[in-house]
Design a protein around this ligand. Structure first.
Ligand code: BG6
Length: 507
């Protein structure tokens, strides 16, 4: 891994899709504005529709205005002058000689030294045929030249693969093998954009750059941990994708983003900040997560679908009435799961994960609930309302960390109330955190895999959720409209925690 971003040509397959317009190009533009890219870089968008460079650039501009941190006409013109488009079907051999020629021209023009970052931003069923063609046309040379530029440093080619990474353990294993036939593991970047979020990365600093939290970070002091990612929006026009075999909250959010976040909360201190050391610790935690037995699933997992509802004065449809969704769909828009990590540190401490669409508000947070004091010194009445300490890590919005503890209410008597010590990212650093995609793209260009997933992590994540997915498939339910739009999710999820004498942190 090097710290300086090297020259490179970024090739985005699936360039006419939403991800390119809304995330990738605005992120690359932000990096350009921040002078974080090498002077020698270019972007080539690849998709099937015929489009001249100018029209492609014009389409990108309206989204960059909306999604980039700071849009400036002059800087955009400089940036977009390095963005090109090439129409071809990346799953078919015919287009590759032309694509390789175009890449070689751009590599020469922009002196990108033949380094290539290939980004699969297309529908997942196109991954395998595209990877096969990339291989058949010798675009991956591992240190050798794929065109005829002379260079001092051996060139690299890396591939970023978007989620969904398969839709179950078997298909994910297959995709890993397909990638592995063509790329070394060090060149495969399996992206999870939650790992690029500033507050998620701050978990490592919070835990391992401070001495006061780590001694408490174990089963002796922690009662349980909640990881929540809720959204106020529904499927928003993505009904077709969401209602497919890759969709649903368990696959879309829990098996990916939430398990990654949980791994950072639970992992042991790595021996160094090297990417391999951090990924090894994450993998160890995922591999220690107990897999539920099929008959345990109803007790440890909850699913739900949003019903219709009124949010902010607007009447919204139920999930099954959304465009692209089957009227008898079984796809869950809410999933919650209770997990145990079988290690010395975490034995007996439940981790509750949940995610849902069309819920009361958008929030991603980690809440660490500590155990109660061993003995209460105060009046019986005061003791009844004492709350255990909590650390609330707000990933988004209102990025920050809040420590809740008990304080004395001023005045006579010993009245006790919850108080909060508040670290607010925005106020403290007076800066907006970078977009997750900007962080992750820059890491891939630098060759830093810390925030990307190893193949083994993917396998473990599927292993953990597969029994639940199988059980749900084998036990369809008639009416999944189990929570109202704008609520905190299905009553069954509240009941799951209530059975354990706990409740969700709905704040
Ligand atoms: C994506 C999911 O990975 O994450 C979407 O596919 C979800 O369904 C999105 O809306 C949420 O991301 P964020 O960054 O807005 O929390």
């Amino acid at each position: 891994m090097t710290n300086q971003p090297s020259p490179c040509l970024i090739v985005i397959f699936g360039a006419s899709g939403d991800l390119t317009k809304r995330k990738l190009i605005p992120a690359l533009y932000d990096l350009y504005v921040g002078k974080q890219l090498s002077e020698n870089f270019a972007v080539l968008g690849v998709s099937r529709s015929e489009l001249p460079d100018d029209q492609f650039r014009a389409r990108l501009e309206e989204f960059a205005k909306q999604f980039a941190h700071k849009f400036d006409e002059q800087t955009w013109r400089e940036f977009v002058g390095r963005v090109y488009y090439h129409a071809t079907d990346s799953t078919k051999a015919e287009g590759y000689p032309g694509l390789k020629k175009r890449m070689a021209e751009l590599a020469t023009k922009h002196k990108t030294s033949e380094n290539a970052l290939l980004y699969l931003a297309m529908a997942p069923h196109l991954y395998e045929p595209t990877i096969d063609q990339i291989s058949a046309h010798q675009m991956i040379t591992e240190g050798k030249s794929w065109c005829s530029i002379n260079h001092d440093n051996p060139p690299w080619q890396r591939i970023i693969v978007e989620k969904p990474f398969g839709n179950d353990l078997t298909s994910a294993g297959h995709l890993n093998r397909v990638l592995g036939r063509v790329f070394e593991e060090e060149s495969i970047y399996r992206i999870d954009h939650y790992m690029g979020k500033e507050t998620v990365q701050n978990l490592l600093v919070f835990r391992f750059a401070n001495a006061i939290f780590e001694p408490l970070w174990n089963r002796n002091y922690i009662d349980h941990v909640q990881v929540t990612a809720t959204e106020a929006v529904g499927v928003e026009g993505r009904g077709g994708y969401y209602d497919s075999p890759s969709g649903g909250s368990m696959r879309d959010m829990v098996s990916t983003h939430l398990l990654q976040v949980m791994a950072l909360v639970a992992m042991e201190p790595p021996v160094s900040m090297r990417d391999s050391d951090i990924r090894m610790e994450k993998f160890k935690i995922l591999s220690a997560v107990r897999q539920p037995m099929p008959d345990e699933v109803p007790d440890v997992a909850v699913r739900g679908q949003y019903g219709s509802g009124d949010m902010n004065g607007k009447q919204l449809p139920a999930y099954r009435d959304e465009p692209g969704v089957a009227p008898d769909s079984q796809t869950e828009t809410y999933a919650a799961m209770k997990l145990f990590v079988d290690t010395w540190r975490w034995q007996g401490v439940p981790f509750y994960l949940r995610s849902g669409k069309r819920m009361a508000k958008k929030t991603t947070e980690i809440v660490v609930y500590f155990k109660s004091t061993p003995h209460c010194l105060f009046r019986e009445e005061a003791c009844k309302i004492l709350n255990p300490n909590q650390i609330v890590i707000n990933v988004q919005p209102d990025e920050g960390i809040r420590l809740r503890f008990e304080g004395k209410v001023p005045g006579p008597g010993m009245n006790i109330k919850d108080v909060v010590m508040d670290f607010d990212y925005g106020k403290q650093f007076n800066a907006k955190p970078p977009e997750a995609y900007a962080t992750l793209l820059l890491d891939a260009i630098r060759g830093d895999q810390t925030l990307y997933k190893h193949r083994e992590e993917i396998g473990e994540a599927w292993r953990i959720v597969q029994p639940v997915l199988d059980y749900w498939q084998e036990h369809p339910v008639d009416d999944q409209s189990s929570y109202a739009s704008g609520s905190w999710g299905p009553p069954a999820a509240d009941a799951m925690l209530k059975r354990d004498g706990r409740h969700w942190h709905n704040a």
